[in-house]
Design a protein around this ligand. Structure first.
Ligand SMILES: [Zn+2]
Length: 228
């Protein structure tokens, strides 16, 4: 176990060895923190290191008002070294839109899921290629799971929001009351998902599609829950 002697960051003691230890751990987590690259591991609290601490607190620790400081017994430090938060979700993988057969409509720090969830999404997208259907994928989970406003769920890498299909194939939102909504194409998406043994349930309000569950607010997206 690594021990931090004193606090690092804004208003911290910022001893050389402590700053260096924090920098090393920031770099180990750099792949999780968007917008911030690697920081120098020189034990000097420069602007980049300070920005990286703030970004880590905002994006990974999910502090609503980050204080920019890493304390020896604080949550930021525990999550930096992986004592907390990582344990249950270390296996999360990120869905990236490297293919043209699906697209992401939310920020990519919100598209992390369990390997099985990500596999299921990729398989669904691939199976829909022959039908000429491109699926828009939204929120899944954060890299470390946890609360994802405005949702109550989306904490465990199992929930995936998907856009209903449009008649014009445009990569934009649509709801079931919109003349551009395609019942036929959306039904195909649902049927493809239902063939997946990893599927748990689908919340969606087009009640002419079999097997989906009505749930308030789900007229403009399908909420797809996969198994644990
Ligand atoms: Zn959802």
């Amino acid at each position: 176990m690594y021990r931090l002697g004193g606090s690092v960051g804004q208003g911290g003691r910022n001893a050389h060895d402590d700053v260096q230890l924090v920098q090393i751990h920031l770099n180990k987590n750099a792949h999780l923190v968007t917008e911030i690259g690697r920081v120098p591991e020189d034990g000097i609290l420069d602007e980049r290191t300070q920005r990286a601490i703030l970004a880590f607190q905002r994006q990974i620790v999910r502090l609503s008002s980050p204080d920019g400081r890493v304390d020896p017994h604080g949550r930021t430090w525990r999550m930096l070294v992986g004592d907390q938060g990582h344990a249950s979700t270390s296996a999360f993988v990120q869905l990236m839109a490297e293919n043209s057969n699906f697209y992401l409509y939310e920020k990519i720090d919100r598209t992390w899921g369990t390997p099985a969830t990500i596999d299921s999404i990729r398989n669904m997208a691939a199976a829909l290629i022959p039908a000429g259907i491109t699926v828009g994928v939204g929120d899944i989970s954060f890299a470390n799971g946890g609360r994802m406003p405005p949702h109550g769920s989306h904490r465990r890498g199992l929930d995936v929001d998907i856009r209903p299909q449009r008649k014009d194939g445009a990569r934009s939102p649509v709801n079931i009351h919109d003349p551009n909504y395609s019942h036929e194409r959306t039904k195909l998406v649902v049927e493809t998902l239902q063939k997946d043994p990893n599927l748990h349930l689908i919340l969606f309000n087009d009640q002419k599609i079999e097997g989906v569950r009505f749930y308030e607010g789900h007229h403009n997206h399908l909420h797809v829950r996969f198994k644990e």
